[in-house]
Design a protein around this ligand. Structure first.
Ligand code: UDP
Length: 338
């Protein structure tokens, strides 16, 4: 099928674009490259022997989006594009609301105008907040504790309303847990700008000598070793989840939500150990205060995605650390090395 992928040059977007091309689908990426590099798409071409279409535009740009839909006539859309840093979202909330909500409005209007009836949306396990105890099922209470999370939560509600109003529209919301790792080739991976907020890229940069040591945010949580636990999922498994969701939406109708996670909680110290094993490098760390806003533990109940999508995570934390280290060590400065 023909799939328009917003944010397709980014971390999860590029891995999903690769998986779509490998599965024989045609892809048009719409990305403004504000937090990504076109080099990721060149490498997707190198890896697959196929070239995705590319439009450099912000998804809020109505004219650009209209032209993209008119030219490509997509059967489905995957909507990754968005701003995603929790801390930054508390500093510039209006930017987050404008970009994340605005792009979704423009996209849904273009879909309606051009008769495209299927959308997969990148949501986040952040919508489970601290309102209930993990493992989270899709019907657990949702909300959010910061502007970034609120944009994801609001977009879920908007999609639900739009799907209720338009029976021809089929929506799949994917709530990602913690994506990590890289393609096994080491040619594409996560390339955060500035100091990484997330654990894995930070650990990878310590291993590569770009950072002196890891700060572990708290070791007094009610978890087995006191450090926070998360459901880390290999980005290649996550990409496969999008293909499974697209396939399911082809035979479904209405609004659907699926968790994409492994179901296994892993601690910060477990990640440090796995990365040391994968890289052969000792990761110096220091225990510091808890990071404001962090929960002790977050992990999925992936039963619904397993059953309805026929999808489950296959790769391990060790695989993810080995792949992340391969990507980081062969591209110490990310795509800027190209
Ligand atoms: N973490 C840490 N040091 C860092 C970054 C993260 O100890 O430099 C911890 C954080 O407190 C949490 C886990 O690693 O327990 C995952 O954090 P991340 O920001 O990657 O994802 P989150 O689940 O917070 O979105």
């Amino acid at each position: 099928m023909r799939v328009l992928v917003t944010g397709g040059a980014g971390y999860i977007g590029s891995h999903t674009t690769l998986a779509l091309l490998e599965a024989g689908h045609d892809v048009l990426v719409v990305d403004d490259l504000s937090n990504s590099s076109e080099e990721s798409l060149r490498r997707v071409t190198e890896l697959t022997g196929r070239t995705p279409g590319f439009v450099k535009a912000n998804v809020r740009d109505e004219a650009a989006l209209d032209a993209a839909f008119a030219g490509f006539t997509p059967d489905a859309v995957i909507h990754f594009a968005g701003w995603k840093a929790v801390g930054e979202s508390t500093q510039i909330p209006l930017t987050y609301y404008r970009e994340n909500l605005g792009s979704t409005f423009t996209l849904l209007e273009a879909m309606a105008k051009h008769g495209c009836h299927r959308i997969v949306f990148s949501s986040s396990a952040t919508v489970y907040g601290d309102m209930s105890e993990p493992p989270f099922t899709e019907d657990a209470p949702t909300g959010a504790t910061n502007p970034y999370g609120r944009t994801k939560h609001m977009i879920e509600q908007i999609l639900q309303d739009v799907a209720a109003a338009d029976p021809s529209l089929t929506v799949g919301v994917l709530r990602y847990f913690n994506p990590i790792g890289a393609h096994e080739s080491g040619r594409i991976g996560e390339d955060p700008k500035g100091i990484p907020n997330n654990l894995l890229p930070f650990v990878a940069q310590v291993a590569a000598g770009r950072r002196e040591k890891l700060m572990i945010f708290g070791d007094d949580y009610p978890t087995p070793d006191g450090t926070g636990t998360r459901d880390y999922i290999h980005v290649v498994d996550l990409a496969a989840g999008h293909l499974a969701a697209l396939g399911k939406l082809a035979e479904a109708s209405g609004y659907h939500v699926w968790n994409l996670g492994t179901g296994n909680p892993t601690s910060v110290l477990d990640i440090v150990k796995a990365f040391e094993k994968a890289s052969g490098i000792t990761i110096p760390y220091q225990i510091v205060a808890r990071r404001p806003g962090d929960v002790a533990s977050s992990y999925a109940d992936p039963t619904k995605a397993n059953a309805e999508l026929g999808w489950s995570a296959r790769l391990t934390i060790d695989d993810a650390c080995a792949d992340a280290y391969r990507w980081q060590s062969s591209n110490p400065n990310g795509f800027a090395d190209a």
